[in-house]
Structure formats: structure tokens, C-alpha cells
Design a protein around this ligand. Structure first.
Ligand SMILES: C[S@@+](CC[C@H](N)C(=O)[O-])C[C@H]1O[C@@H](n2cnc3c(N)ncnc32)[C@H](O)[C@@H]1O
Length: 266
């Protein structure tokens, strides 16, 4: 349950992020690339509607126009208010669920995957762009980013909410890597959600990400130099991002129901 105070604070965050976004060209370039990656993973629109969970400031609208925008705290640019833990959507009605920097803000990620399993049609997808903890990005996320990073948790266990309820921007940046960036997490996910299949995990985004300044700092480099860095990094082979990546794109697909043979005909 979101309190009035949390609601006001969250709306102020949206406004702050929209203001930074307007001023920071490097950030807009990065988001265009990253939403482009998401768009390429979306299944055919004929499969069902595509819904973004946790749209926050609503940047997705510029890149994937037919996406339905939702958040746990409603703003004028959202289509409706939706909690990831209790999706107000009929069973098997959705083609895609998009999460951009949202999984690591959920107090109960497993509750979201249960709901996703229910609402997705067979072949429907969850497409997530989240922080990735590589040897290079870990110290940056741990010591230079304002959000907490706690490795010693079971990422699929229900999390206890803080007294007064969890703030929508409370986070644990480790959650996506603990589930999808490690063999153990992937095995745990496969056992817990047999109806879902992790179809790809791509690591990307090097120093161009933190040097853009993100939403919490000023850009570190002049734009021309930053563009050069970004262009060079985009030419790196994908294996390099296991070591230096700051981001991961995770695609999870709902399996078709198991085949059950009908009664044998005479
Ligand atoms: C870091 S913001 C990301 C916003 C947006 N996707 C973007 O990348 O600009 C995280 C968002 O997740 C939302 N959120 C947190 N918990 C949620 C929940 N249980 N259900 C739906 N949205 C939630 C927050 O309100 C916030 O807008």
C-alpha cells in the first residue's frame, strides 16, 4: 500500500528525472539504444498487447509508441495504475511485459513472475533492461551509485516490507544479476517457474553509461568525447561485456502448455 507521502515523493522523482532527461543528451542517446534493444525483442503485436510495468517518467513512449504505460504511482502520461505484484489483467491476455529498471525495485520479484506466468499468452515475453554487476561495474554500482546493493539475499524469496511500506524507488541493484547473471540463479529460476524459459541474457553498456551521469550526477565528459567513447564501446565484442558491462537485457518466454494426449480413439 502506497502512502500519500510516498505518492508525492514518487511524483516529484518522475519530474526530476524528466528534467534531467530534457537536459542530458548522452542519456537520451543511451535510452534510445536500450529501448531499441527492447523493441527488437518484442513478439508480434498480434500475439497480444504489450504493457510496460513501472513506466515512471514515461520515456518508453518516445521509443515504443504502442506500449501501454503503467506504474504503481499513476501520472498523467500513464494508461493506468498497476502493481507488478498483482496485475489487473485477465489470464493469458498479454503478449509482452516490459520492465526498464524495475525488477530491482520490486519488493517481491517472485510474485511478479507468478503474475507474469498467469497473464502472458504462450510465446509471450517478459523483456527486462536492468543493471548488471560485472567485475568492472560492481564497484561503481556499490560505491558511486546512490541505490543499495545487497548480494546476500535470496532474490526469489518474498522480501519483508519495511515498516510503513516499501517506497516505490527503494531498491536492491543486485537482484537482476543474482537471478539472471549467475548459473545458480538461473537454475533456481528454472525450478521455481517451470512455465517460463529464459531465452536470452545479453550484457552491454560500458563506461559510456556511468560517464553519462545517469539521473543522479552531472555528465563526466564533454558530449563530443562521450560520443567517441560510446562509439568505440559499441564495437567491442559481446564477451567483453561479461567483464565491463553495466547493463543486461533479459528475455523470458512463456512456454506453451505441456502436451497432454487425449483419450485414444477406437
Ligand atoms: C527507476 S524507476 C524506472 C522508471 C522507468 N521504467 C525508467 O526507466 O525511466 C522504477 C519504477 O518502478 C516503479 N515501481 C516500483 N515498485 C513497483 C511495483 N510494485 N509495481 C509497479 N511499479 C513499481 C516505481 O514507481 C518507478 O516508477
Amino acid at each position: 500500500m502506497i502512502s500519500d507521502e510516498q505518492r508525492v515523493r514518487t511524483l516529484e522523482r518522475y519530474d526530476r528525472h524528466r528534467e534531467v532527461w530534457r537536459k542530458n543528451e548522452a542519456l537520451r542517446i543511451l535510452y534510445a539504444e536500450w529501448y531499441g534493444r527492447i523493441a527488437r525483442q518484442l513478439p508480434d503485436a498480434a500475439l497480444g498487447t504489450a504493457v510496460e510495468i513501472g513506466s515512471g517518467p514515461g520515456f518508453a513512449r518516445s521509443f515504443i509508441p504502442n506500449l501501454e504505460l503503467t506504474d504503481i504511482v499513476l501520472a498523467p502520461w500513464h494508461d493506468r495504475e498497476v502493481s507488478a505484484h498483482q496485475l489487473p489483467l485477465p489470464d493469458e491476455s498479454v503478449g509482452a511485459l516490459v520492465l526498464f529498471d524495475v525488477l530491482h525495485h520490486l519488493s517481491a520479484p517472485a510474485a511478479f513472475f507468478d503474475e507474469a506466468s498467469r497473464v502472458l499468452v504462450a510465446g509471450g515475453r517478459i523483456v527486462m533492461c536492468e543493471p548488471y554487476l560485472s567485475p568492472f561495474s560492481f564497484p561503481v554500482y556499490r560505491w558511486l551509485h546512490p541505490e543499495p546493493l545487497i548480494l546476500g539475499v535470496d532474490p526469489l524469496a518474498a522480501q519483508v516490507e519495511a515498516p510503513g511500506g516499501k517506497d516505490p524507488f527503494d531498491a536492491n541493484q543486485a537482484i537482476p544479476t543474482l537471478i539472471f547473471g549467475r548459473k545458480r540463479g538461473l537454475a533456481q529460476f528454472a525450478t521455481r517457474f517451470p512455465g517460463l524459459r529464459v531465452s536470452s541474457v545479453d550484457r552491454f553498456a560500458g563506461l559510456a553509461h556511468p560517464t553519462s551521469g545517469g539521473f543522479s550526477r552531472a555528465p563526466v565528459l564533454p558530449l563530443m568525447l562521450w560520443r567517441l567513447l560510446n562509439a568505440v564501446e559499441r564495437r567491442l565484442p559481446s564477451w567483453a561485456y561479461r567483464l565491463i558491462g553495466f547493463r543486461m537485457l533479459v528475455v523470458v518466454e512463456k512456454r506453451p502448455p505441456p502436451f497432454r494426449p487425449g483419450p485414444a480413439s477406437a
